[in-house]
Design a protein around this ligand. Structure first.
Ligand code: ZN
Ligand code: ZN
Length: 221
């Protein structure tokens, strides 16, 4: 996982970039806090108080888009949340209210959609996410917005699940990775599962969700 250096990083080119395939980049997690400098070093705190504690995080889907059926969006958001929860002790629970604290609130919007980061129409930025509190204030912290001008899931459009998987990584506290195989690489790629670098990154912030022999080792006297 790339450490934040305080300057714009140059990421190594992925095979798609090298080939000159059309790629869509992510502008990075939105970090609104004016005292960003003092937080970025501890970019590892995520939603929990202490790394070893299991964390409950809520989710809400506030507004669906025009291109994809709501049920399909809900199914892909849940699948992307579960993919992260396979590796760390995060339990995702439905929220009652999009403004609830500790909530990843998902919505589609076009151009100016209620925050200071207007979308840019078709192409360009496809989505953005807000880093967890206290880096961002509640209730925008953890929220994920999708540009409804994108041709989601159509021949030339971005894959909604893959973009959601990447943006949820930011909403949980991850910055970009310079590993071109990673979901958290700054250019979206169609990846069904998290890759090694993503798993290492999220386990630096949250407790490892152990399975089988891993648990036996952790809890053996
Ligand atoms: Zn990103
Ligand atoms: Zn937004």
């Amino acid at each position: 996982l790339a450490a934040y250096s305080g300057v714009r990083r140059i990421f190594p080119a992925s095979p798609a970039l090298t080939r000159g395939d059309p790629v869509r980049g992510c502008t990075g997690p939105i970090i609104e806090h004016p005292q960003i400098g003092q937080y970025i070093g501890s970019a590892g705190s995520g939603w929990g108080q202490a790394r070893q504690d299991p964390v409950a995080v809520s989710y809400f889907i506030e507004r669906f888009g025009e291109k994809l059926p709501g049920e399909k969006v809900r199914e892909m958001v849940l699948r992307a949340l579960e993919e992260w929860a396979r590796y760390v002790e995060i339990r995702f629970v439905p929220a009652e209210d999009p403004k609830a604290t500790h909530t990843l609130n998902f919505l589609f919007g076009k151009r100016d959609h209620g925050d200071a980061y207007a979308f840019d129409g078709p192409g360009g930025v496809a989505a953005h996410a807000f880093y967890p509190a206290p880096v961002n204030p509640e209730s925008i912290a953890g929220d994920v917005h999708f540009d409804d001008d994108e041709p989601w899931q159509q021949a030339t459009g971005p894959d909604f699940y893959s973009v959601a998987l990447h943006e949820i990584g930011h909403a949980l506290g991850l910055l970009h990775s310079d590993d071109s195989d990673a979901v958290m690489y700054p250019y979206y790629q169609t990846l069904p599962t998290l890759q090694d670098d993503d798993i290492r990154g999220i386990r630096r912030i949250y407790a490892t969700h152990c399975i089988g022999v891993e648990c036996a080792m952790r809890y053996s006297p």
